[in-house]
Ligand binder design. Structure first.
Ligand SMILES: [Zn+2]
Length: 399
């Protein structure tokens, strides 16, 4: 045990880090939007909020969710069949009780247009290509798709997002590892058969909200949020358990803070389906013009990855943030652009947004676990953000 004041301070910090990590450990895996695991996580967070001494409320909403029952990919060449390990892509089309077969056609990474004659075929591509061109796949009559995950991360679990979830003419899709992507590509020309059985249903998801009412400027609101849900088959330690626990740590640090502006802490549901929780929050908010800033915490705590901060909004908020970062010696890479998570819903309404991201290469895979989470980085970010919130909540600044 340390005897110096400095040593005691270090012990104290180590304890906070331990608490943050223990909380992260306690979050259930596979917190898919609308699942029991997601709900369970919300109750764990609510308990913590209660124990800090804040009042919170659930904002429930209905969401479409999916459960994959069966996923199979068979490649056929010269009369031989091989079965390739795969994961069904959520909200893509069911083949059940039938199968979907077709010749495989390779779409280069970063392709900007589809090759001729994809009709009736099964496209093999990467996720970024699929995301950009999915509507084209449907329009040009592709039969299904195989998505190749990034190298070194196994099979990346994924689902269709946003407006694609409800398309009537969806096609079935599965994802495979990078190595198996190469195996299949080497076999071309070949045929693929996809078997996908998933149950699509309506479930209940929610947001969890804590209001800290402002004293002198209650009508000026600052939101700070993190999403709770994950994709399938993952612990989601980085994406976004890290954001969940960091947000709690910031709230804990603000328990005796008297704020001039109103602060709203929100844990969002269903982000991975295309920002469903944050969109629902905005649809129910009749004072959108009072929201001056939204801060989003999405995937923090990687050890060696870039600590990225993306700012979208006025010059004032941007230059003030840059000055503050320098003053506090917070190590990050600030970019003036929109983030890609729940903050998008706010920046689309012309609200200032700041998105924090220090991801790992294993996001959306079964390797997104505690091994790649740096507790010290989470603590540093929560200390910095507490200081920033105290500054911005009381500063005489016009947003
Ligand atoms: Zn995320």
């Amino acid at each position: 045990m340390s005897l110096t004041a400095f040593g005691q301070k270090e012990d104290f910090i180590n304890n906070i880090q331990k608490n943050i990590i223990n909380l992260l450990k306690s979050l259930p895996s596979g917190r898919l939007g609308g699942s029991q695991q997601e709900k369970q996580t919300f109750y764990i967070i609510k308990d913590k909020i209660d124990s800090i001494g804040f009042i919170s409320r659930f904002q429930k909403f209905s969401c479409k969710s999916f459960i994959i029952k069966k996923e199979k990919l068979i490649i056929k060449k010269n009369g031989k069949e091989i079965s390739i390990k795969c994961a069904g892509i959520g909200f893509s089309n069911n083949t059940y009780p039938n199968t979907t077969s077709g010749e495989i056609i390779l779409l280069n990474n970063n392709a900007t247009h589809l090759p001729q004659k994809v009709r009736g075929k099964i496209i093999i591509c990467t996720k970024s290509t699929r995301s950009k061109m999915y509507a084209d796949f449907l329009e040009k009559g592709a039969q299904g798709f195989i998505e190749i995950s990034d190298p070194g991360c196994g099979i990346r679990s994924t689902q269709l997002k946003g407006e694609y979830i409800d398309l009537p003419n969806n096609i079935p899709g599965v994802s495979v590892s990078y190595n198996n992507g190469i195996t299949i590509t080497k076999m071309l020309p070949a045929q693929a058969t996809i078997i996908l059985h998933q149950v699509i249903q309506f479930s209940e998801s929610m947001n969890l909200i804590v209001n800290i009412n402002g004293h002198s400027m209650p009508d000026e609101k600052i939101i700070i949020g993190a999403h709770v849900d994950t994709v399938q088959n993952t612990k989601g330690a980085c994406d976004n358990g890290s954001g969940v626990v960091t947000l709690l740590e910031i709230l804990r640090r603000l328990r005796n803070f008297k704020s001039d502006r109103s602060l709203i802490f929100i844990w969002f549901g269903c982000e991975e389906y295309g920002w469903k929780g944050s969109s629902y929050f905005m649809s129910q908010c009749d004072t959108i013009s009072e929201i001056k800033l939204m801060i989003n915490l999405d995937s923090l705590g990687g050890y060696i990855e870039n600590n990225e901060v993306k700012i979208s909004g006025t010059e004032k908020i941007y230059s003030h943030f840059i000055d503050f970062v320098k003053q506090k010696h917070y190590c990050c890479c600030v970019k003036r652009e929109r983030g890609t998570g729940d903050d998008i819903v706010f920046s689309q309404k012309n609200i200032n947004t700041i998105c924090f991201h220090k991801g790992t290469p294993y996001i959306h895979t079964n390797k997104d676990n505690l091994n790649t989470i740096d507790a010290a980085a989470l603590l540093t970010t929560s200390i910095f953000l507490t200081k920033y919130l105290k500054e911005i909540a009381n500063k005489n600044i016009k947003f």
